[in-house]
Each structure stands twice: as structure tokens, then as C-alpha cells.
Design a protein around this ligand. Structure first.
Ligand code: G6P
Length: 368
């Protein structure tokens, strides 16, 4: 297998920049663009309309893909989702309804804890579905149905294009579930599919913020601690942002639900701790922006990731605003991933760390 970095300094940069194409590629598998509907090629051994819940397990970045998908399946398909990191799930051995659906998300398809969670669910009579990049993997082989994410080999240890591919596939599955469960009308499905189809162009535009992000990253690289805030589906994106910073820049970062700010992390806010707020305009943006004002009032340095509408409502006290294109709420978490990746990448580059092979981390964790 020969993969090179092209004109990029690191595989991670190459993989971040590939995302308009990889998302398009994933979409072309799941979506019939002409008919504006999701058209699954996989034969499902279950019927979405028979399910009373969906159980999801994964590790690392793949777990955050599942955490976003929980919002999608619950909102657009009215299907309740239980999600847990696989290392907790496997030993908790939760009771599962026979004939239920368990979904495992893994880029490599070899993560030991995710595989163990899968085997537990299979032993409990669950339908086992997996979302993988590596189709020859153990997790793929042991699954009743495999949903490919088709993003091509990912070499950087810190996952980037696999996450947006996982999210694209999960968004498609949520639409399929919503239709099967009678929640989505033909028109509503077409609206959501259009939002997905418009995503690659928006991702290209979001990558255009790189110059500004480099500037912010230079300052971020001096921080000891960083707090990331998000609400709703932006909460997992905030956690992913914090994970990425930890992984490759070794800066301590925490992702928090914006509404939880007052229950703890606000005690840490001072001029020395940058607070990154992920809040594109949606029905909850005002709540998140008011959490942000609480940070500003305490002298916290805010970096806001939002769209033009969100930026227009921002008052004083915000050090930086990274503006990304306005897209349908449905796909907004996928788009918000882009600045979060670029922030971590450029911070790490300023720190001079080994971006593609961060210390102590492995691409695929095949032992417990
Ligand atoms: C490791 C990698 C992460 C990845 C996680 C899960 O921690 O460094 O980038 O998200 O494993 O890997 P998987 O292959 O199961 O998606």
C-alpha cells in the first residue's frame, strides 16, 4: 500500500484537506442524488421500524461520531440511542432486548474493546451492524451488516477524514431509519439529503479559514489548558476538539456541554485559559452564546466558531470569531469538525510535535 503526503507536510494535513472529496465519495455510496433520497445498498437483516432502541459502542474519535449520531437518530428517526465507550460497555454487560440492533463504529475495525463489545452483543442475540473503513477487518467479518465509510487509508494517528466519513454515513442511516419509521416525509428527506449534498462545497469553504486559524493556533500553543464548549450535537464536536488538541499538541483540553459550565469548569476561567465555543446558529445558539458571555464576564479569552448569523449576534469580549458557512442544522456538526481539526493541527505544528505519530498513541489499539 503506497500512500504519500502529496504537497502536504503531514498526513494529517493531507487527510484534513481531502475531506471535500472523501465526504462526496461516502455520499455517493449512500445517497441517490437525483432522487434526493438515501438508497442503502446493504441488505438489512433487521427493520428500522421494528426497533425500540439502538445501542452504539466505539472508542476515541469514533465514539464522538456515535455521540453526534445519537442526536440524529433521536431527532430525525425518533429512535432512542444508548451510546457508550466500548471499554465501559463490554464489562457493564448491559441487558439488551433480543432482536435489537447494536452498531459498532471503528475506522480500523480492529479496536480490541470495540470488538469485545460486538462479541458480547452477538452473544445476546442482537443484530450486529458495523461502520468501518477497513472492510477486511475482524469487526467487519463478525458483523451481520457492514456499512463502509469509504474514506481511503487514514495514516495520521489522530483521526480526521474518517470522522467526517463516519458522520456522513451515520447521517444517511438516520435518514433511512426516519423514513422506515414513518418519521420523515418524502419532502423532509429530500431537504436533509440536499443538505448532505451541499456539504462538500461548504467543507471546502471552511478550509479557507486556515490562515486565520494559524494565527489563533500560534497563541493557543502558549496555553496550558483549554476549555471547549458545545451544546446539542456540537457537544461531541467540542469533546472531539479537546481530544484532538490533547492527542497532537499535548495541551490539556476538556470538552464540556455548554450548559454544564456553571456546574464546574467556570471555576477555572481566567485570562490564561482560552475557551473555544462551537456554536453555529441553530435553535439553541442563544443559550450557548449566553454561556459564552458568562466566560467573557470573567475575563476568559474566547474563540468562537460560528456562522455569519451567529457572528452578527456576538457582543463584546470575544477575542476571535472563526466564521464557517451557514449550512442546514442537520449537517452543521460535520462542518464544525473542520475548524476544530485545523486548530489542533496548527497548534501542534507550532509546538513542533510529531503530528502524524504523537507520543504514546497508536493508530489502532488492538490490545486492551
Ligand atoms: C486510537 C486512534 C484514534 C481512534 C481510536 C479508535 O485511539 O488514535 O484516532 O479514534 O483509536 O479507533 P478505531 O479504529 O476503532 O476507529
Amino acid at each position: 500500500l503506497l500512500v504519500d503526503k502529496g504537497n502536504h507536510r503531514h498526513f494529517m494535513a493531507k487527510e484534513i484537506y481531502e475531506q471535500p472529496e472523501t465526504i462526496s465519495h461516502t455520499l455517493s455510496h449512500y445517497v441517490d442524488m437525483g432522487a434526493e433520497r438515501v438508497a442503502l445498498r446493504e441488505t438489512l437483516p433487521f427493520d428500522f421500524s421494528d426497533l425500540s432502541r439502538l445501542t452504539v459502542s466505539a472508542c476515541g474519535t469514533a465514539y464522538f461520531a456515535g455521540a453526534v449520531a445519537k442526536y440524529w437518530f433521536e431527532r430525525y428517526a425518533r429512535l432512542p440511542v444508548d451510546i457508550d465507550v466500548a471499554s465501559e460497555f463490554r464489562y457493564r454487560e448491559p441487558p439488551l432486548e433480543k432482536g435489537g440492533l447494536s452498531l459498532f463504529i471503528s475506522q480500523s475495525g480492529e479496536t480490541a474493546d470495540t470488538l469485545a463489545a460486538l462479541r458480547y452483543c452477538a452473544s445476546q442475540g442482537q443484530h450486529v451492524a458495523s461502520l468501518v473503513n477497513t472492510l477486511e477487518s475482524t469487526i467487519a467479518r463478525e458483523s451481520g451488516v457492514v456499512f463502509p465509510i469509504l474514506c481511503g487509508p487514514e495514516i495520521g494517528v489522530a483521526s480526521t477524514k474518517a470522522l467526517t466519513a463516519q458522520l456522513t454515513a451515520l447521517a444517511s442511516l438516520a435518514i433511512a431509519a426516519g423514513r422506515a419509521r414513518g418519521v420523515l416525509s418524502v419532502d423532509r428527506e429530500a431537504e436533509l439529503v440536499r443538505a448532505l449534498v451541499e456539504l462538500p462545497a461548504a467543507v471546502s469553504a471552511a478550509l479557507g479559514a486556515e490562515g486565520q486559524i494559524m494565527d489563533i493556533a500560534k497563541r493557543l500553543s502558549k496555553a496550558k489548558d483549554v476549555l471547549y464548549l458545545g451544546r446539542g450535537p456540537m457537544f461531541p464536536i467540542a469533546m472531539e476538539g479537546a481530544l484532538k488538541l490533547k492527542e497532537i499538541s499535548y495541551i490539556h483540553a476538556e470538552g464540556y456541554a455548554a450548559g454544564e459550565l456553571k456546574h464546574g469548569p467556570i471555576a477555572l476561567v481566567d485570562e490564561a485559559m482560552p475557551v473555544i465555543v462551537v456554536a453555529p446558529s441553530d435553535e439553541l445558539v442563544d443559550k450557548t452564546l449566553s454561556n459564552m458571555q458568562e466566560v467573557a464576564a470573567r475575563g476568559g479569552k474566547i474563540i468562537l466558531i460560528t456562522d455569519a448569523e451567529g457572528a452578527a449576534t456576538v457582543g463584546h469580549g470575544v477575542a476571535d470569531v472563526i466564521v464557517i458557512p451557514h449550512v442546514h442544522n442537520f449537517v452543521a456538526p460535520i462542518l464544525a469538525t473542520i475548524p476544530v481539526q485545523l486548530l489542533a493541527y496548527h497548534t501542534a505544528v507550532f509546538m513542533g510535535t510529531d503530528v502524524d505519530q504523537p507520543r504514546n498513541l497508536a493508530k489502532s489499539v488492538t490490545v486492551e
